[in-house]
Write a protein that binds this ligand. Structure first.
Ligand SMILES: Nc1ncnc2c1ncn2[C@@H]1O[C@H](COP(=O)(O)OP(=O)(O)OP(=O)(O)O)[C@@H](O)[C@H]1O
Ligand SMILES: [Mg+2]
Length: 347
Protein backbone atom coordinates (compact mmCIF):
# COMPACT_ATOMS: atom_id res chain seq x y z
CA UNK A 1 0.00 0.00 0.00
CA UNK A 2 1.31 3.44 -0.90
CA UNK A 3 1.31 6.00 1.89
CA UNK A 4 -0.55 9.27 1.27
CA UNK A 5 2.78 11.06 0.93
CA UNK A 6 4.07 8.55 -1.61
CA UNK A 7 0.88 8.84 -3.57
CA UNK A 8 1.11 12.64 -3.59
CA UNK A 9 4.72 12.49 -4.77
CA UNK A 10 3.73 10.13 -7.51
CA UNK A 11 0.90 12.42 -8.69
CA UNK A 12 3.22 15.42 -8.60
CA UNK A 13 5.80 13.52 -10.62
CA UNK A 14 3.20 12.65 -13.25
CA UNK A 15 1.89 16.23 -13.39
CA UNK A 16 5.37 17.71 -13.62
CA UNK A 17 6.24 15.49 -16.56
CA UNK A 18 3.11 16.43 -18.52
CA UNK A 19 3.36 18.66 -21.59
CA UNK A 20 -0.24 19.77 -21.09
CA UNK A 21 -0.96 22.40 -18.47
CA UNK A 22 -3.14 21.16 -15.59
CA UNK A 23 -5.03 23.19 -12.96
CA UNK A 24 -7.10 21.76 -10.11
CA UNK A 25 -9.62 24.29 -8.79
CA UNK A 26 -11.65 23.96 -5.57
CA UNK A 27 -15.30 24.90 -5.08
CA UNK A 28 -14.28 28.45 -4.04
CA UNK A 29 -12.66 28.93 -7.43
CA UNK A 30 -9.17 28.79 -5.91
CA UNK A 31 -6.36 26.89 -7.54
CA UNK A 32 -5.33 24.00 -5.32
CA UNK A 33 -2.82 22.39 -7.67
CA UNK A 34 -0.96 23.48 -10.81
CA UNK A 35 1.81 21.81 -12.76
CA UNK A 36 4.97 23.31 -14.28
CA UNK A 37 3.36 23.58 -17.73
CA UNK A 38 0.52 25.66 -16.22
CA UNK A 39 3.03 28.01 -14.60
CA UNK A 40 4.74 28.44 -17.97
CA UNK A 41 1.41 29.04 -19.68
CA UNK A 42 0.36 31.78 -17.25
CA UNK A 43 3.92 33.11 -17.06
CA UNK A 44 4.27 32.88 -13.29
CA UNK A 45 7.10 31.63 -11.09
CA UNK A 46 7.14 28.23 -9.44
CA UNK A 47 4.40 27.76 -6.82
CA UNK A 48 2.75 31.10 -7.65
CA UNK A 49 -0.53 29.64 -8.91
CA UNK A 50 -1.53 27.58 -5.89
CA UNK A 51 -3.88 29.51 -3.59
CA UNK A 52 -4.69 32.14 -6.26
CA UNK A 53 -8.28 32.84 -7.28
CA UNK A 54 -9.03 31.93 -10.88
CA UNK A 55 -10.07 35.42 -11.92
CA UNK A 56 -6.68 36.76 -10.79
CA UNK A 57 -4.83 34.83 -13.48
CA UNK A 58 -7.29 34.59 -16.33
CA UNK A 59 -7.39 37.93 -18.16
CA UNK A 60 -10.45 37.51 -20.35
CA UNK A 61 -12.25 35.25 -17.86
CA UNK A 62 -13.26 32.74 -20.53
CA UNK A 63 -11.58 29.79 -18.84
CA UNK A 64 -12.61 30.83 -15.32
CA UNK A 65 -16.19 31.06 -16.56
CA UNK A 66 -15.94 27.53 -17.90
CA UNK A 67 -14.42 26.13 -14.72
CA UNK A 68 -17.07 27.82 -12.54
CA UNK A 69 -19.73 26.38 -14.82
CA UNK A 70 -18.31 22.87 -14.26
CA UNK A 71 -18.13 23.46 -10.48
CA UNK A 72 -21.82 24.41 -10.37
CA UNK A 73 -23.28 22.00 -12.92
CA UNK A 74 -20.97 19.02 -12.41
CA UNK A 75 -20.81 18.51 -16.20
CA UNK A 76 -17.57 18.38 -18.17
CA UNK A 77 -16.91 20.94 -20.96
CA UNK A 78 -14.53 21.41 -23.89
CA UNK A 79 -13.51 24.53 -25.74
CA UNK A 80 -10.76 25.87 -27.97
CA UNK A 81 -9.28 29.23 -27.09
CA UNK A 82 -6.18 31.36 -26.75
CA UNK A 83 -4.92 32.17 -23.27
CA UNK A 84 -3.56 35.68 -22.74
CA UNK A 85 -0.73 36.59 -23.12
CA UNK A 86 0.18 33.52 -25.14
CA UNK A 87 -0.70 33.43 -28.85
CA UNK A 88 -1.02 29.67 -28.86
CA UNK A 89 -4.35 27.96 -29.33
CA UNK A 90 -5.41 25.52 -26.62
CA UNK A 91 -8.02 22.86 -26.46
CA UNK A 92 -9.29 23.15 -22.90
CA UNK A 93 -11.04 20.23 -21.22
CA UNK A 94 -12.58 20.75 -17.79
CA UNK A 95 -13.94 17.80 -15.77
CA UNK A 96 -15.55 17.75 -12.34
CA UNK A 97 -14.18 15.65 -9.46
CA UNK A 98 -17.01 14.32 -7.33
CA UNK A 99 -17.14 12.81 -3.82
CA UNK A 100 -18.80 9.39 -3.27
CA UNK A 101 -22.17 11.17 -2.85
CA UNK A 102 -21.82 12.78 -6.26
CA UNK A 103 -21.13 16.30 -4.90
CA UNK A 104 -18.61 18.33 -6.88
CA UNK A 105 -15.38 18.77 -4.88
CA UNK A 106 -13.16 20.33 -7.49
CA UNK A 107 -12.63 20.79 -11.21
CA UNK A 108 -9.60 19.74 -13.25
CA UNK A 109 -8.71 21.80 -16.32
CA UNK A 110 -6.29 20.42 -18.92
CA UNK A 111 -4.85 22.76 -21.59
CA UNK A 112 -3.63 21.00 -24.72
CA UNK A 113 -1.68 23.09 -27.26
CA UNK A 114 -3.25 22.64 -30.73
CA UNK A 115 -1.52 25.62 -32.40
CA UNK A 116 0.49 23.51 -34.88
CA UNK A 117 -2.56 21.50 -35.91
CA UNK A 118 -4.66 24.64 -36.44
CA UNK A 119 -1.88 26.40 -38.38
CA UNK A 120 -1.58 23.31 -40.53
CA UNK A 121 -5.35 23.31 -41.18
CA UNK A 122 -5.15 26.95 -42.18
CA UNK A 123 -2.19 26.33 -44.48
CA UNK A 124 -3.99 23.43 -46.11
CA UNK A 125 -7.17 25.36 -46.78
CA UNK A 126 -5.10 28.29 -48.12
CA UNK A 127 -3.33 25.85 -50.42
CA UNK A 128 -6.60 24.35 -51.67
CA UNK A 129 -7.93 27.87 -52.33
CA UNK A 130 -4.78 28.73 -54.30
CA UNK A 131 -4.89 25.55 -56.35
CA UNK A 132 -8.57 26.02 -57.15
CA UNK A 133 -7.94 29.57 -58.25
CA UNK A 134 -5.00 28.55 -60.44
CA UNK A 135 -7.07 25.79 -62.05
CA UNK A 136 -10.10 27.98 -62.54
CA UNK A 137 -8.27 30.71 -64.46
CA UNK A 138 -7.26 28.65 -67.52
CA UNK A 139 -10.52 26.69 -67.40
CA UNK A 140 -12.57 29.90 -67.55
CA UNK A 141 -10.55 31.04 -70.52
CA UNK A 142 -10.93 27.68 -72.32
CA UNK A 143 -14.68 27.67 -71.66
CA UNK A 144 -15.02 31.23 -73.00
CA UNK A 145 -13.21 30.47 -76.25
CA UNK A 146 -15.07 27.19 -76.81
CA UNK A 147 -18.39 29.00 -76.35
CA UNK A 148 -17.40 31.74 -78.78
CA UNK A 149 -16.35 29.11 -81.32
CA UNK A 150 -19.65 27.25 -80.95
CA UNK A 151 -21.55 30.55 -81.25
CA UNK A 152 -20.30 30.94 -84.80
CA UNK A 153 -16.64 32.01 -84.64
CA UNK A 154 -15.81 28.55 -86.00
CA UNK A 155 -17.03 29.64 -89.45
CA UNK A 156 -14.03 31.93 -89.86
CA UNK A 157 -10.98 29.71 -90.20
CA UNK A 158 -8.44 32.37 -89.06
CA UNK A 159 -10.39 33.15 -85.90
CA UNK A 160 -10.92 29.46 -85.34
CA UNK A 161 -7.20 28.74 -85.57
CA UNK A 162 -6.32 31.65 -83.26
CA UNK A 163 -8.84 30.59 -80.60
CA UNK A 164 -7.76 26.96 -80.80
CA UNK A 165 -4.16 27.94 -80.29
CA UNK A 166 -5.15 29.92 -77.16
CA UNK A 167 -7.05 26.88 -75.94
CA UNK A 168 -3.94 24.78 -76.56
CA UNK A 169 -1.77 27.19 -74.53
CA UNK A 170 -4.21 27.16 -71.63
CA UNK A 171 -4.40 23.38 -71.73
CA UNK A 172 -0.60 23.22 -71.61
CA UNK A 173 -0.65 25.50 -68.58
CA UNK A 174 -3.13 23.20 -66.83
CA UNK A 175 -0.96 20.19 -67.58
CA UNK A 176 2.14 21.97 -66.28
CA UNK A 177 0.34 23.07 -63.14
CA UNK A 178 -0.80 19.54 -62.41
CA UNK A 179 2.66 18.10 -63.18
CA UNK A 180 4.25 20.63 -60.80
CA UNK A 181 1.72 19.91 -58.08
CA UNK A 182 2.28 16.18 -58.41
CA UNK A 183 6.02 16.57 -58.33
CA UNK A 184 5.83 18.80 -55.23
CA UNK A 185 3.48 16.41 -53.50
CA UNK A 186 5.60 13.36 -54.24
CA UNK A 187 8.69 15.22 -52.99
CA UNK A 188 6.89 16.23 -49.81
CA UNK A 189 5.42 12.84 -49.05
CA UNK A 190 8.87 11.29 -49.54
CA UNK A 191 7.46 8.63 -51.85
CA UNK A 192 9.86 9.75 -54.55
CA UNK A 193 13.01 7.81 -53.76
CA UNK A 194 16.07 10.00 -54.06
CA UNK A 195 18.87 8.17 -55.87
CA UNK A 196 22.00 9.92 -54.68
CA UNK A 197 25.20 9.41 -56.57
CA UNK A 198 28.28 11.48 -57.40
CA UNK A 199 27.31 13.86 -60.20
CA UNK A 200 29.34 16.39 -62.16
CA UNK A 201 27.50 19.68 -61.71
CA UNK A 202 29.24 21.29 -64.67
CA UNK A 203 28.11 18.53 -67.00
CA UNK A 204 24.50 18.72 -65.79
CA UNK A 205 24.54 22.50 -66.15
CA UNK A 206 25.88 22.34 -69.71
CA UNK A 207 23.18 19.92 -70.75
CA UNK A 208 20.48 22.16 -69.25
CA UNK A 209 21.97 25.12 -71.15
CA UNK A 210 21.61 23.09 -74.34
CA UNK A 211 17.98 22.32 -73.58
CA UNK A 212 17.29 26.02 -72.96
CA UNK A 213 19.28 27.07 -76.04
CA UNK A 214 16.23 28.14 -78.10
CA UNK A 215 14.82 30.40 -75.35
CA UNK A 216 18.28 31.92 -74.81
CA UNK A 217 18.76 32.76 -78.47
CA UNK A 218 15.17 33.96 -78.93
CA UNK A 219 15.86 36.68 -76.39
CA UNK A 220 19.44 37.31 -77.59
CA UNK A 221 20.75 36.74 -74.08
CA UNK A 222 24.41 36.42 -73.23
CA UNK A 223 24.75 33.37 -70.98
CA UNK A 224 28.12 32.54 -69.50
CA UNK A 225 29.02 29.57 -67.33
CA UNK A 226 32.10 30.09 -65.18
CA UNK A 227 33.54 27.29 -63.07
CA UNK A 228 36.90 26.27 -61.62
CA UNK A 229 39.04 23.80 -63.58
CA UNK A 230 38.92 21.12 -60.95
CA UNK A 231 35.46 20.93 -59.60
CA UNK A 232 34.46 18.25 -57.07
CA UNK A 233 31.44 16.13 -57.80
CA UNK A 234 28.33 16.55 -55.73
CA UNK A 235 26.06 13.97 -54.14
CA UNK A 236 22.72 14.34 -55.92
CA UNK A 237 19.83 12.73 -57.68
CA UNK A 238 20.55 13.58 -61.30
CA UNK A 239 16.92 14.10 -62.39
CA UNK A 240 16.09 16.26 -59.41
CA UNK A 241 19.29 18.27 -59.83
CA UNK A 242 18.23 18.86 -63.45
CA UNK A 243 14.89 20.24 -62.21
CA UNK A 244 16.70 22.69 -59.91
CA UNK A 245 19.03 23.93 -62.64
CA UNK A 246 16.31 24.20 -65.26
CA UNK A 247 13.99 26.17 -62.95
CA UNK A 248 16.70 28.62 -61.92
CA UNK A 249 17.90 29.14 -65.49
CA UNK A 250 14.31 29.39 -66.75
CA UNK A 251 13.60 32.18 -64.25
CA UNK A 252 16.79 34.02 -65.14
CA UNK A 253 15.77 33.85 -68.82
CA UNK A 254 12.11 34.73 -68.23
CA UNK A 255 12.74 37.69 -65.95
CA UNK A 256 15.62 39.21 -67.93
CA UNK A 257 14.78 41.53 -70.81
CA UNK A 258 16.06 40.94 -74.34
CA UNK A 259 19.87 41.20 -74.75
CA UNK A 260 20.43 40.89 -71.02
CA UNK A 261 23.19 38.86 -69.37
CA UNK A 262 23.15 35.75 -67.25
CA UNK A 263 26.20 34.49 -65.41
CA UNK A 264 26.24 31.04 -63.87
CA UNK A 265 29.06 30.45 -61.41
CA UNK A 266 30.19 27.47 -59.39
CA UNK A 267 32.23 27.90 -56.23
CA UNK A 268 33.52 25.52 -53.66
CA UNK A 269 33.12 26.45 -50.02
CA UNK A 270 34.36 23.90 -47.48
CA UNK A 271 32.47 20.68 -48.09
CA UNK A 272 29.90 22.37 -50.32
CA UNK A 273 29.59 23.34 -53.91
CA UNK A 274 27.47 26.40 -54.57
CA UNK A 275 25.92 27.34 -57.87
CA UNK A 276 24.86 30.97 -58.48
CA UNK A 277 22.63 32.32 -61.24
CA UNK A 278 23.12 36.06 -61.66
CA UNK A 279 21.00 37.96 -64.15
CA UNK A 280 20.68 41.57 -65.25
CA UNK A 281 16.90 41.34 -65.15
CA UNK A 282 13.97 43.00 -63.46
CA UNK A 283 15.05 42.27 -59.90
CA UNK A 284 12.70 41.61 -57.01
CA UNK A 285 11.32 44.23 -54.59
CA UNK A 286 12.80 43.96 -51.09
CA UNK A 287 9.53 42.96 -49.38
CA UNK A 288 8.91 40.17 -51.91
CA UNK A 289 12.36 38.60 -51.53
CA UNK A 290 11.51 36.47 -48.46
CA UNK A 291 8.39 35.17 -50.20
CA UNK A 292 9.65 34.03 -53.61
CA UNK A 293 10.18 30.43 -52.49
CA UNK A 294 6.55 30.15 -51.32
CA UNK A 295 4.18 28.13 -53.45
CA UNK A 296 2.25 30.22 -55.96
CA UNK A 297 4.01 33.43 -54.95
CA UNK A 298 4.70 35.67 -57.94
CA UNK A 299 5.90 39.25 -57.76
CA UNK A 300 3.86 40.18 -60.81
CA UNK A 301 1.07 37.66 -61.22
CA UNK A 302 -0.01 38.90 -64.62
CA UNK A 303 3.51 38.88 -66.04
CA UNK A 304 4.31 35.42 -64.73
CA UNK A 305 1.00 34.08 -65.98
CA UNK A 306 1.58 35.56 -69.43
CA UNK A 307 4.83 33.63 -69.53
CA UNK A 308 3.02 30.44 -68.57
CA UNK A 309 4.32 30.43 -64.98
CA UNK A 310 2.59 28.55 -62.20
CA UNK A 311 4.57 30.07 -59.31
CA UNK A 312 5.65 26.62 -58.15
CA UNK A 313 9.13 26.55 -59.70
CA UNK A 314 11.07 27.98 -56.77
CA UNK A 315 9.02 26.02 -54.20
CA UNK A 316 10.13 22.86 -56.03
CA UNK A 317 13.74 24.08 -56.18
CA UNK A 318 13.81 24.78 -52.44
CA UNK A 319 12.30 21.43 -51.62
CA UNK A 320 14.74 19.49 -53.75
CA UNK A 321 17.81 21.38 -52.54
CA UNK A 322 16.84 21.01 -48.89
CA UNK A 323 16.09 17.32 -49.30
CA UNK A 324 19.71 17.04 -50.53
CA UNK A 325 20.93 18.70 -47.31
CA UNK A 326 21.64 22.00 -49.08
CA UNK A 327 20.25 25.54 -48.96
CA UNK A 328 18.79 28.06 -51.36
CA UNK A 329 19.28 31.81 -51.22
CA UNK A 330 18.51 34.94 -53.18
CA UNK A 331 19.78 38.45 -53.43
CA UNK A 332 18.19 41.00 -55.69
CA UNK A 333 17.78 44.66 -56.50
CA UNK A 334 14.95 46.08 -58.57
CA UNK A 335 16.15 47.23 -61.97
CA UNK A 336 19.61 45.70 -61.53
CA UNK A 337 19.06 41.98 -61.37
CA UNK A 338 18.99 38.97 -59.14
CA UNK A 339 21.27 36.23 -57.91
CA UNK A 340 19.77 32.90 -56.95
CA UNK A 341 21.97 30.24 -55.40
CA UNK A 342 21.81 26.64 -54.28
CA UNK A 343 24.36 24.67 -52.29
CA UNK A 344 25.05 20.94 -52.51
CA UNK A 345 27.28 18.59 -50.56
CA UNK A 346 30.42 17.80 -52.50
CA UNK A 347 31.84 14.30 -52.57
N1 LIG B 1 15.56 35.67 -61.75
C1 LIG B 1 14.48 36.31 -61.34
N2 LIG B 1 14.35 37.66 -61.53
C2 LIG B 1 13.25 38.34 -61.10
N3 LIG B 1 12.21 37.75 -60.48
C3 LIG B 1 12.26 36.43 -60.27
C4 LIG B 1 13.38 35.63 -60.69
N4 LIG B 1 13.16 34.36 -60.34
C5 LIG B 1 11.95 34.34 -59.75
N5 LIG B 1 11.41 35.57 -59.71
C6 LIG B 1 10.11 35.95 -59.11
O1 LIG B 1 9.71 34.93 -58.23
C7 LIG B 1 8.43 34.42 -58.60
C8 LIG B 1 8.36 32.94 -58.29
O2 LIG B 1 9.20 32.19 -59.14
P1 LIG B 1 8.81 30.71 -59.53
O3 LIG B 1 9.89 30.16 -60.37
O4 LIG B 1 8.44 29.99 -58.29
O5 LIG B 1 7.45 30.88 -60.36
P2 LIG B 1 7.22 31.33 -61.87
O6 LIG B 1 8.53 31.49 -62.57
O7 LIG B 1 6.29 32.49 -61.83
O8 LIG B 1 6.43 30.11 -62.44
P3 LIG B 1 7.02 28.64 -62.80
O9 LIG B 1 8.46 28.61 -62.39
O10 LIG B 1 6.18 27.74 -61.98
O11 LIG B 1 6.80 28.49 -64.23
C9 LIG B 1 8.30 34.75 -60.08
O12 LIG B 1 6.95 34.87 -60.45
C10 LIG B 1 9.02 36.09 -60.16
O13 LIG B 1 8.15 37.13 -59.75
MG1 LIG C 1 9.95 29.84 -62.46
Amino acid sequence: MLSLLQEQRRIQGILASMVDAVLVVDTHARISLANKAAENLFLVREGALEGKRLDEIDGDQEVSGMICHVLTTGKEVFTETTINPSTQIFRVHVVPIKDPDGMVEAAVAVFHDVTDARNFDQMRSGFVANVSHELRTPLTSIKGFVETLLDGAMENSDTCRRFLSIIETETERLTRLIDDLLSLSSLESNDRNIHLKPVCLARSMRSIMNIMGPQISDKHLHVEFIYPQSIPRILADEDLLGQVLINLLDNAIKYTPVEGKIFIRCRQRDSRLIIYFTDTGLGIPRDSIPRVFERFYRVDKARSRNQGGTGLGLAIVKHIVESHGGEVFVDSEVGKGSTFGASFLSV
